[in-house]
Design a protein around this ligand. Structure first.
Ligand SMILES: NC(=O)c1ccc[n+]([C@@H]2O[C@H](COP(=O)([O-])OP(=O)(O)OC[C@H]3O[C@@H](n4cnc5c(N)ncnc54)[C@H](OP(=O)(O)O)[C@@H]3O)[C@@H](O)[C@H]2O)c1
Length: 280
């Protein structure tokens, strides 16, 4: 029987998950389907109640449903409980379970691009304190980072991260950001600044050590202005698209029983969907 999974959101037309899972289904010759379903917020509880009856083995969850999904399912692990959001839902023993895969997607992307880089004992500057930052803070702390300076326009959100994740998280004012770069081993942009259609990320990199790795989780454009400037001054850079690809791995494995590979071919397929002029 054809196994079906889907991605839900409101709206959902922008999601690239069907390209990713469709590629893997074809590559591994699996009799499966992956659909895109628009679910209005009020319909979320009934959608989850009938997910199994409709023949779905699970789903990905995107905005604005990640918190709603967290409340609707059994949470599969302590790291996800701490985050309070779920992006991957699956059936197990007649029940719906949920987990979050953004943190592992972030770390796997980093390790793809900079295999020798270890988080242990490193000092990190994270720009932003939204949903994605939460997952990344959790993953970097679990990987052993020494300190995480979280710089956010709204300081209260960075302070919330310290409350939830403990003293290795240090909230900082946005106006101090350039000086804070002095001690960074890794700089991560998790704000939407620099994304197509959003204001640019105006950040002077003069204080950043040349040895620091710079990553931006924004992937439209594929290479942000931050990455272009960091690369030009000699920093190793890690674009954000790989995080999207790697966060999809565990869901596919849970639903279709095969751990898929993030290949160059998959990267380029999605990159061309974002930018038809993309060339390697
Ligand atoms: N590569 C991937 O797989 C992946 C995964 C998830 C998200 N993303 C991308 O990451 C970005 C953030 O996503 P999210 O879910 O964390 O969003 P979010 O929860 O809405 O958080 C947005 C963050 O950006 C900051 N921000 C927005 N506009 C700003 C401005 N004009 N000046 C300064 N700061 C500003 C916000 O600061 P305030 O708290 O002050 O509002 C907040 O820290 C999006 O571009 C998203 O597409 C990528």
């Amino acid at each position: 029987m054809t196994r079906k999974a889907c991605v839900i959101g409101w709206p959902i037309s922008h999601s690239r998950s069907p390209i990713i899972h469709g590629y893997w289904l074809e590559r591994y010759g699996i009799d499966g389907a992956y659909e895109r379903i628009a679910v209005p917020p009020d319909d979320l509880p009934s959608f989850f109640k009938s997910l199994g009856e409709k023949g779905y083995v699970g789903c990905n969850v995107t905005l604005p449903h990640k918190e709603g999904a967290f409340r609707a399912v059994r949470v599969a692990d302590a790291a996800t409980t701490r985050l309070g959001v779920v992006n991957t839902v699956f059936h197990r023993d007649g029940e719906l379970w949920g987990t979050s895969t953004d943190g592992e997607g972030f770390l796997a992307n980093l390790s793809d691009h900079v295999p020798d880089w270890q988080a242990k004992d490193r000092s990190v500057v994270i720009l932003g304190a939204g949903g994605a930052a939460r997952a990344i803070v959790g993953a970097l702390l679990d990987a052993g980072c020494r300190r995480l300076l979280v710089v956010n326009r709204t300081l209260a959100r960075a302070e919330e991260l310290r409350r939830d994740f403990g003293p290795r998280v240090e909230p900082r004012q946005w106006m101090d950001v350039e000086k804070l770069l002095e001690d960074a081993d890794l700089l991560v942009n998790t704000t939407s600044l620099g994304m197509s259609g959003q204001p640019r990320l105006a950040l002077d990199l003069d204080h950043l050590p040349r040895s620091a790795v710079v990553t931006d989780i924004v992937y439209t454009p594929l290479e942000t202005d931050l990455l272009i400037r960091a690369r030009a001054r000699g920093n190793v850079v890690v674009p954000g698209l790989g995080m999207l690809l790697h966060q999809a791995v565990r869901g596919f494995e849970l639903w279709f029983g095969h751990r898929p590979e993030v290949t160059v071919e998959l990267h380029d397929l999605v990159a061309r969907d974002i930018d038809p002029g993309f060339k390697r």
